[in-house]
Design a protein around this ligand. Structure first.
Ligand code: PLP
Length: 472
């Protein structure tokens, strides 16, 4: 082998690694100055790539250079402090460094035996989080019948629990074609899609009230009609923080209905779950302690870069019953002892990487107190923005301020509201997403970027005022 075909040596890796870390650090410093939304046209990025893969090795400098010349123009800067669009997908230095270490270890945690640290740190950190979010001890793997597992996304977790609920109902004798899944009309699309993925023929997205929370009478009516028609209600998903407006469903009442009819009750707290680190927020999800499963995304609002979703189940037995298989090449003494967790039985993929490392490093680097302080600041900024909207003659809120989400519109209606969103987004360092609910256009302001401060919200407010006047 000639030296041209040699692997990068550890010394070269060290040198280029320092360059890459420097590049990322400089990105953090300048991300707020870059145009926040990529404006490339479809195909622009591909057009800058050669037609064929390089036959000869390229120097690392060329790879780094193309980050600036090819990649950055096609990046929309989710990590910019002026990011108020969709929901945050925030990140932090300890999380980014943990990703590097996880890649360096290159370990695969499909079984406890294939790298015990991956499984044990994940199980332990998710048990910590049960306490940090005020969830019940039976969601823990240590001592509890339940447990937590990291998945790629909240959609994966919601799809998965629909599969588990289907499996449980079919084992109990129901015909798959009779099973019914429920959520509200404001439920995330993963509820409908998850039910479809799991083979449900019937999905009911029931009515919401004036603040966009599920109406329990509508749920009861739907279940009773389905029972009368000979169908089998199997699962209901309730939301803590809907995607559109951050609404919270009446979790305790839904839990009672689920218990009465033997439904699996799944709580989707994908975005707002992080807020539960703050004790004062927990009354909003009272009743979640009776759920069968609960999911939230540290990759949205807990400074842990994508991907990192947590799913807890109150009882891991039906999950494992639905998913476990045992091909001979995976047999091992530890698994057979029954004393270890094999996470391959807790989700659809077999292989899994060390995502728990970044969550562990985030929790240790900030401490729970540090995380709470940041979350509380985001929520306080949202409350203050909500007050300003309420006090403005030409602006209205379309929903209560929810956690760190403010939904506002222009009093003159939909066209003025769209013009307001356009005016805000004309600022190259601000980004909000317009949305619509029941025919009403509105602007969502989701506060939660890692480096967003009061000064950034002030900049946004100035842009809102300019837009509100301009549209009038
Ligand atoms: C963001 C969100 C999801 C989807 O999260 P992914 O991790 O992107 O799948 C699901 N439900 C709610 C309520 C959300 O806010």
């Amino acid at each position: 082998m000639t030296s041209d075909h040699a692997h990068m040596t550890p010394d070269e890796f060290r040198r280029h690694g320092h360059e890459v870390v420097e590049w990322v650090a400089a990105y953090m410093e300048r991300v707020g100055d870059l145009p926040i939304v990529s404006t490339v046209a479809p195909g622009d990025i591909r057009a800058r790539l050669p037609d064929a893969a390089p036959e000869a090795p390229e120097p690392f400098d060329a790879l780094l250079r193309d980050l600036d010349e090819i990649v950055l123009p096609g990046i929309t800067h989710w990590q910019a402090p002026g990011w108020f669009a969709y929901f945050p997908a925030n990140a932090s230095p300890p999380s980014i460094l943990a990703e590097l270490v996880a890649a360096g270890l290159g370990a695969q945690g499909m079984l406890w035996a294939t790298s015990p640290a991956l499984t044990e740190i994940e199980a332990h950190v998710l048990d910590w989080l049960v306490d940090l979010l005020g969830l019940p001890a039976h969601f823990k793997t240590a001592g509890g019948p339940g447990g937590g597992v990291i998945q790629m996304s909240a959609s994966d977790s919601t799809h998965l629990v629909h599969v588990v609920a289907r499996d449980r109902a079919v084992r109990a004798g129901a015909a798959i074609g009779d099973l019914v899944a429920y959520g509200s009309s404001q439920a995330h699309s993963s509820v409908e899609r998850g039910a479809r993925v799991a083979g449900f023929a019937h999905v009911r997205l029931v009515d919401v009230d004036a603040v966009f929370a599920l109406r329990t009478e509508a749920l009861r009516d739907a279940i009773e009609q389905d029972l009368a028609a000979g169908l089998v209600p199997a699962i209901v998903t309730s939301a803590v923080g809907t995607t559109a407006t951050g609404a919270v469903d009446p979790i305790a009442e839904i839990a009672a209905i689920a218990r009465q009819h033997g439904l699996w009750h799944h709580v989707d707290a994908a975005w707002a779950g992080s807020a539960m680190l703050c004790e004062e927020q927990r009354p909003r999800q009272a009743g979640a302690e009776h759920s069968d499963s609960y999911t939230f995304n540290p990759h949205k609002w807990l400074f842990t870069n994508f991907d990192c979703n947590v799913l807890w189940v109150a009882d891991r037995a039906p999950l494992i019953a639905a998913l476990s298989t045992l091909p001979p090449y995976l047999r091992n003494a530890a698994s057979e002892s029954g004393e270890v967790i094999d996470y391959r039985d807790w989700h659809v993929p077999l292989g899994r990487r060390f995502r728990a490392l970044k969550l562990w490093w985030v929790l240790r680097s900030y401490g729970a107190a540090g995380l709470r302080a940041h979350l509380r600041e985001h929520m306080a900024l949202a409350q203050e923005l909500g007050r300003r909207v309420d006090a403005h003659p030409r602006l209205e809120r379309v929903a209560p301020v929810a956690f760190a989400l403010v939904c506002l519109r222009h009093a003159d209606g939909n066209d003025a509201t769209d013009a307001l969103a356009t005016a805000i987004n004309a600022h190259p360092d601000l980004f909000v997403t317009p949305s619509e609910i029941a025919g009403t256009r509105f602007v969502r302001v989701a506060i939660g970027q890692t480096r967003t401060t009061a000064a950034d919200v002030e900049r946004l407010w100035t842009a809102i005022l300019g837009g509100a006047d301009g549209a009038a």
